[in-house]
Design a protein around this ligand. Structure first.
Ligand SMILES: [Zn+2]
Length: 80
């Protein structure tokens, strides 16, 4: 068996990586917000499935989004 060769190449940019932000509407004041991965808080919900929430900078209300609607590339790593 030959030893596994680790690829030395590094991906700088790939369309597969996708966008790191997505626009969502605040459920409180209806503001359109450009939400990034840093803005999302992971919310584990055993009944309805996992979700993420973000806090609107305008009205400070939390908006919950089903995890399925968050592109993989912008999801913050789930801990635990
Ligand atoms: Zn708002």
């Amino acid at each position: 068996m030959p030893a596994l060769v680790r690829p030395a190449m590094k991906v700088i940019k790939s369309p597969k990586a996708g966008k790191k932000t997505k626009r969502f509407k605040c459920s409180g004041c209806r503001a359109t917000l450009e939400v990034g991965g840093k803005d999302l808080k992971f919310q584990a919900d055993p009944r309805d499935g996992n979700a993420y929430s973000f806090t609107c900078p305008e009205c400070k209300q939390d908006t919950w989004i089903a995890a399925d609607l968050i592109p993989q590339a912008m999801r913050p790593a789930a801990r635990g």
